[in-house]
Design a protein around this ligand. Structure first.
Ligand SMILES: Cc1ncc(COP(=O)(O)O)c(C=O)c1O
Length: 502
C-alpha cells in the first residue's frame, strides 16, 4: 500500500475509534504539548509518530530501514526494536546448534543478572569493587578446582574467552623463557611452542607474538599429541608445550600426564626445563566433575598455567574465559599493570581494557547455584546423551566412530565408512539437516589427515535425550531421502559452509 493510502486508512480507523468509544485522546501520548487545548483533531500528521499504532502498520516499518548509513532522524524505540529483533529471526536457533562449544541455555536468573550488570565495566575496579571482588573469588574457586597448591594466593584473571586467555598464558611462557635466556646471556630471537592439533587461537598467538608454532600434525591412526612427538620437537628455544583438554576437532583429551613425564625425563637427561600450559577451553570445566581421577591440572607440577572458557562448559553467557597460574611466580611481574581499586592498586593482566562485567557475575552465580554436584550432573547427563547418540548412529552401519563419547567432552564424531559409495557425503548430510534447523559441523581434519572428513556432534546443557531422538529421526529421514533422490553432485566443504570453531 502506498504511504498516502495507508495514512488515510490509519486516520479513518483512528477517528472511528474516537467516535465509537467516546474516549478522546486515550490512545495518544503527548510529547510535551497540550494537544487537547491547542490542536484540531484533523491535524493528524503532526502527531502520527505519537500514536500508539500497531508498529507493523507504522510508516517506518513500511519502508526499508537504512542499512549502511546512520539515519538522519530517530525512530520510535518499539519500531527500531522490532526491526532489529525481527531481522535476528533469520539467525539459526542456537539450541539446535550442535557445532558450537558455547553456552546456548541460560537460567532466567542469569538473564536477570546480565540485565542488572549491563553498565558494569570489568576494568573499573574502583567504581565496581564488588564486581572486582567477585572476579577474584571466581579465580580462587577455579584455582582450587584445578588443584593449585595455594589456590587462595595464586594469580589469574577473567578474559573475554579462551583465545585471550591462551594469549596471556603464551605470553607468560614467552617472557619467562626470555628472562632465563637473557640471564644466561643467550639469544632470544627464535622462541618456539609445541602443541598438538590446536584451535586457531594458538596460530594467532604464534603469529601476533612472533613465536614459531611446532604443531604436531595428525596422522592416520594418531590424531592426538604423543610424548614421543613432543620430545622430537623440543630444544633450548622451546617456551612451552600446550596439550589440549578437549581437542576442537575430535573432542578428545590429550594425555597431559604422559607429556609431563616425558618432559620430566628430558629435564633429567638434558637439563632442559620446559613448562606446560594446558588449553582446557572446554575440558577445564568438565574433567574436574566427570573425571576426578584424571591427572591433567596443577597436581602435575610441570603444569604452570591453564585456560578455560567460562562460556563453554563453565555454563556462563558468551564473553568470559579464565587463565590461572599455578603459583604467583609463574606470571612474570613485568606483564602486570596496576589499576585503581578502592583507593589502592589492583594487579591486572589483559589484552582488553573496557569489558562487560555481567559474564563474570554470571559465572559466580553458576558456581553458587550449581556447586560441584550441579556441574557434575549436567555434564554427566550430556555425556550420557553423547554416548547414546554415538551408539545409535553406529547402528546405521554407515559410519566409523572416531570418538564414541567416552573419556572426553560430551558428544561424538565419526566418518563415513570407507568403500560405502553413498551418493551423498557428510557435507550433504549436514546441509540436509539444516533444513530442520540442526547445525552439525562436517569438516576435513587438519594436516596430515586432510583426506578424512568427519562430522562432530557436541552435546551441551539443555540438549535432552528427547531432542537427541528427534535429531536421530531427522538423520534417518535424510539418509532415506538420499536413497530415494541420489545426490548427483556432492557438496564441497566450501559450498557447505558451516562453522566448526577450529
Ligand atoms: C581447544 C580450544 N581452545 C581455544 C578455543 C577458543 O576459545 P574462545 O572461543 O573461548 O576464545 C576453543 C574454541 O572452541 C577451543 O576449542
Amino acid at each position: 500500500m502506498k504511504t498516502g493510502c495507508r495514512d488515510a486508512a490509519c486516520f479513518c480507523l483512528w477517528r472511528n475509534s474516537l467516535v465509537k468509544n467516546n474516549l478522546i485522546f486515550n490512545r495518544l501520548i503527548f510529547k510535551g504539548k497540550n494537544f487537547k487545548k491547542n490542536m484540531a483533531l484533523y491535524q493528524k500528521d503532526d502527531h502520527r509518530s505519537s500514536l500508539l499504532d500497531d508498529i507493523y502498520a507504522s510508516p517506518d516499518l513500511g519502508v526499508s530501514m537504512p542499512k549502511y548509513r546512520i539515519p538522519e532522524e530517530e525512530h520510535d524505540p518499539r519500531v527500531a526494536y522490532a526491526a532489529v529483533h525481527d531481522e535476528l529471526m533469520l539467525d539459526g536457533n542456537s539450541r539446535q546448534n550442535l557445532a558450537t562449544f558455547c553456552q546456548t541455555y541460560l537460567d532466567p536468573e542469569i538473564h536477570k543478572l546480565m540485565d542488572e550488570a549491563a553498565d558494569k565495566n570489568m576494568i573499573d575496579k574502583d567504581e565496581y569493587p564488588q564486581t572486582a571482588e567477585i572476579e577474584s573469588r571466581c579465580v580462587a574457586m577455579i584455582a582450587d578446582l584445578w588443584n593449585s597448591p595455594d589456590a587462595a594466593n595464586t594469580i589469574g584473571c577473567s578474559t573475554t574467552g579462551s583465545s585471550e586467555a591462551a594469549m596471556l598464558g603464551g605470553l607468560a611462557m614467552k617472557w619467562k623463557w626470555k628472562a632465563k635466556r637473557q640471564a644466561q646471556g643467550k639469544p632470544t630471537d627464535k622462541p618456539n611452542l609445541i602443541c598438538g592439533p590446536v584451535q586457531i587461537c594458538w596460530h594467532k598467538f604464534a603469529r601476533y607474538f612472533e613465536v614459531e608454532l611446532r604443531e604436531i600434525p595428525m596422522e592416520h591412526g594418531r590424531l592426538l599429541m604423543t610424548p614421543e612427538e613432543v620430545l622430537k620437537r623440543c630444544d633450548e628455544n622451546t617456551i612451552g608445550v600446550v596439550p589440549t583438554l578437549g581437542v576442537t576437532f575430535t573432542l578428545q583429551f590429550e594425555d597431559v600426564k604422559a607429556v609431563c613425564e616425558a618432559l620430566d625425563k628430558l629435564q633429567k637427561d638434558t637439563g632442559l626445563d620446559i613448562p606446560i600450559h594446558v588449553d582446557a577451553a572446554s575440558g577445564g570445566f568438565v574433567a574436574p566433575f566427570l573425571y576426578k581421577e584424571l591427572l591433567w591440572d596443577f597436581r602435575l607440577p610441570r603444569v604452570k598455567s591453564i585456560n578455560a572458557s567460562g562460556h563453554k562448559h563453565g555454563l556462563s553467557p558468551l564473553g568470559v574465559g579464565w587463565v590461572v597460574w599455578r603459583e604467583k611466580q609463574d606470571l612474570p611481574e613485568e606483564l602486570i599493570f596496576n589499576v585503581n581499586y578502592l583507593g589502592g592498586n589492583m594487579p591486572t593482566f589483559a589484552l582488553n581494557f573496557s569489558r562487560p562485567g555481567g559474564q563474570v557475575i554470571a559465572q559466580y552465580y553458576n558456581f553458587l547455584r550449581l556447586g560441584r554436584e550441579g556441574y557434575r550432573r549436567i555434564h554427566q547427563s550430556c555425556l550420557d546423551t553423547g554416548i547414546y547418540l554415538a551408539e545409535e548412529i553406529a547402528k546405521s552401519n554407515l559410519v566409523e566412530m572416531i570418538y564414541d563419547g567416552r573419556g572426553g567432552l560430551p558428544g561424538c564424531c565419526y566418518k563415513l565408512k570407507d568403500g560405502l559409495n553413498t551418493s551423498y557425503n557428510l557435507y550433504d548430510l549436514s546441509e540436509k539437516l539444516r533444513a530442520r534447523g540442526w547445525q552439525i559441523a562436517s569438516y576435513s581434519l587438519p594436516a596430515n589427515a586432510q583426506d578424512i572428513v568427519i562430522q562432530r556432534i557436541l552435546v551441551r546443557h539443555g540438549f535432552t535425550h528427547d531432542l537427541a531422538n528427534l535429531l536421530l529421526d531427522d538423520m534417518y529421514r535424510s539418509v532415506d531421502f538420499f536413497k530415494a533422490h541420489p545426490v548427483l553432485k556432492q557438496m564441497t566443504r566450501e559450498e557447505a559452509g558451516g562453522f566448526n570453531h577450529s
